[in-house]
Write a protein that binds this ligand. Structure first.
Ligand SMILES: C[S@@+](CC[C@H](N)C(=O)[O-])C[C@H]1O[C@@H](n2cnc3c(N)ncnc32)[C@H](O)[C@@H]1O
Length: 277
């Protein structure tokens, strides 16, 4: 199987540290999507749930509340810094949740989970077919899969607009491979359906969710955010402060057009994905 070494390095390096340090802020960015995907997953009291790519554990903790009193939830992730935040949050909420540091594409899952869930944690596999074939092993008989992932970058203005505005200030970028591991790897719904079907899932259904990303009260705040999360953050990660300051300027101007009464809120386009095991 292709190796996830690059992603393991990425999510244990600056990216993972940034997500760990800014967990509350990122949860606020994603609030509208979380409010859609949690009910979509239909977690019920007594169920046993696995959260793939659980990160800092926000959805894991929400699902743990939904399965009370006799259900259980576990999280699996490759990022040590993000798992440390998840464990601390569970500990302070007195929730008994195993957070496992492992690559979900290779972990030896047992078929014990009624629901395998993810909020944006399944688009980073080098070999998505092999990864989902392995994840399928975690699904109990009559169990199900439910996750949210991004549609294409051009539909996701929170990502596309700041990147386009700053492109001339970035180091030369390789032409993107639309299927490479990364946030938009599952933009192509037909390909995603095929991957899941070949991995053993059936009744695969993709529903469009069109929401908005909370980026900040002001355009300057939103520009700062675009340097923290998403494709611009990745492309600008190694730039010095002077280069980042120039980027902040042009991106703030570009973000102004997404001003709404609730702040800067550009389009966020997702797939809500469900399947049976
Ligand atoms: C975009 S973050 C989402 C984190 C979390 N689900 C959330 O919504 O806040 C992607 C997560 O997937 C995790 N991840 C990437 N590849 C993985 C793999 N092969 N196995 C397990 N987790 C993985 C990353 O470490 C990261 O925590």
């Amino acid at each position: 199987m292709a190796s996830n070494e690059q992603q393991i390095e990425y999510w244990n390096g600056r990216a993972g540290q940034r997500w760990a340090a800014q967990q509350e802020r990122i949860d606020w960015n994603l609030a509208e999507i979380t409010e859609a995907v949690i009910p979509f997953a239909r977690a019920k009291p007594g169920e046993h749930i696995l959260d793939i790519g659980c990160g800092c554990g926000t959805a894991t903790l929400m699902l743990a509340r939904a399965v009370r009193p006799n259900g259980s939830v576990a999280g699996v992730d490759i990022s040590a810094p993000m798992l440390a935040v998840a464990r601390a949050r569970a500990h302070s909420g007195q929730a008994d949740i195993p957070f496992i540091e492992a690559d979900a594409s290779a972990y030896d899952f047992q078929p014990t989970f009624d629901l395998v869930f993810s909020r944006f944690g399944v688009m980073f596999f080098a070999d998505p077919f092999a990864a989902f074939a392995n994840i399928h092993k975690a699904v109990a008989p009559k169990g199900r899969l439910a996750f949210v992932c991004w549609r294409s970058m051009p539909e996701n203005m929170w990502a596309a607009a700041p990147f386009a505005a700053a492109k001339h200030l970035l180091p030369p970028q390789e032409a993107p491979d639309p299927y490479a591991p990364g946030p938009f790897a599952f933009a192509d719904g037909a390909r995603l359906t095929d991957i899941l079907s070949r991995a053993g899932f059936h009744d695969v259904a993709l529903t469009k969710f069109d929401g908005a990303m909370n980026m900040g009260d002001t355009a300057a705040e939103a520009a700062n955010e675009a340097l923290n999360i998403g494709p611009l953050a990745r492309a600008a990660a190694e730039l010095d402060d002077a280069a980042r300051a120039k980027i902040l300027d042009v991106v703030a101007t570009a973000m102004q057009k997404f001003a709404t009464p609730r702040g800067i809120a550009p389009a966020a386009a997702c797939w809500l994905v469900s399947a049976k095991g």
